[in-house]
Design a protein around this ligand. Sequence first.
Ligand SMILES: Cc1cc2nc3c(=O)[nH]c(=O)nc-3n(C[C@H](O)[C@H](O)[C@H](O)COP(=O)(O)OP(=O)(O)OC[C@H]3O[C@@H](n4cnc5c(N)ncnc54)[C@H](O)[C@@H]3O)c2cc1C
Length: 358
Amino acid sequence: MLSESVGGDVDVTLIDKSDAFVFGFSKLDVMFGRATADAVRLPYGEIAKPGVRVLRETVTAIDPEARRVTTDAGIHEADVLVVALGADYDMDATPGLAEGGNEFYSVAGAERLAGIIPTFSQGHAVIGVCGAPFKCPPAPSECALLLDEELTARGVREACQISFVIPLGTPVPPSPETSAALVQEFAERDIALITGRRVSALDPARSVAILDDGAELPFDLFLGVPKHRAPEVVLASGMSEDGYVPVDPATLETRFPGVYAVGDVATAGVPKAGVFAEGAARIVAQTLIAGLRGGERPGPHLGRGTCYIEFGSGRVGSVDIDFLSGPSRTGSFNAPSAALVAEKEHFGASRRTRWFGS
Ligand SMILES: Cc1cc2nc3c(=O)[nH]c(=O)nc-3n(C[C@H](O)[C@H](O)[C@H](O)COP(=O)(O)OP(=O)(O)OC[C@H]3O[C@@H](n4cnc5c(N)ncnc54)[C@H](O)[C@@H]3O)c2cc1C
């Protein structure tokens, strides 16, 4: 948006330590063998926008007062700083997870599972969330449903049990309708749902998941959502409170002048999901453009978005969420349909084209 509106007048520097972007939902495609990791990578090098420099560097320090970013390649001074470093995974917070389990929230973890899931033909699979908040609250539910589909397709479902442990009270708390549809689906497909509990440790020697109330679940395959935390460099910057960067939910401003935070790194009153990161970034861009062009500032960030939910067997439902515009959060459910399959495809394709031109 900055490039399109004021590309000739601003220098935008985009710094990322990774060489490619991967949509969160593509990790499910990779773990269930529907796509290779290579096929879902969108190289940042393909971003070609007037006024925008893309640098592959690792941020090692952020000074929000001076709006100065230090990287492994040098120092960048800025008039405006937008911190969008996402959330990292804290594998050490769950003893035994790295040795005895698998996680499907990173591309590497999903890729590893693509080799393991086809070998699982009998026993107990546990999908376990190790802490909240976590990205894309419907994703572990999708994982349970897609695992059921995969085992059914291979004719081994009868020999397997699936349990799903989630620390939230329902699968998607802001949308009772969506939660009810998922709970019904789990019941019909014999997926045991354990709500209000998180996996606090794994005992790899005994292949047991230990829940936060001390209960134990023996497993043959553990598919985990690791505990999340802001990247170390953000925690060390003095910007964070309670683990993430507090912002004004309406404007995404931090308490430091000229410094914004968007996406999973921020505490902005919305879930950690790409659709909200995009909406927040749009507000910041509009604010900066208005400042440069002298136009009107945008209205407040409303925290609205649609999350698509894979039900398996090619069925896609969705939930329309509205977090910030009214007195209470609302989320309405759209049952799986062919139209939603096409809508999800369009959601990804339109972003690929807009951001990467591919
Ligand atoms: C399995 C799964 C399914 C999902 N499904 C959906 C979905 O269907 N819909 C949806 O809206 N969301 C979904 N999400 C969530 C979505 O992927 C994230 O919420 C979204 O990517 C957050 O965007 P972000 O820009 O805040 O962070 P990220 O996308 O994580 O980007 C942060 C960037 O910062 C870079 N970085 C971090 N530290 C440094 C450093 N020190 N120096 C330089 N660069 C650094 C990283 O390389 C990364 O590219 C899903 C997530 C998962 C895991």
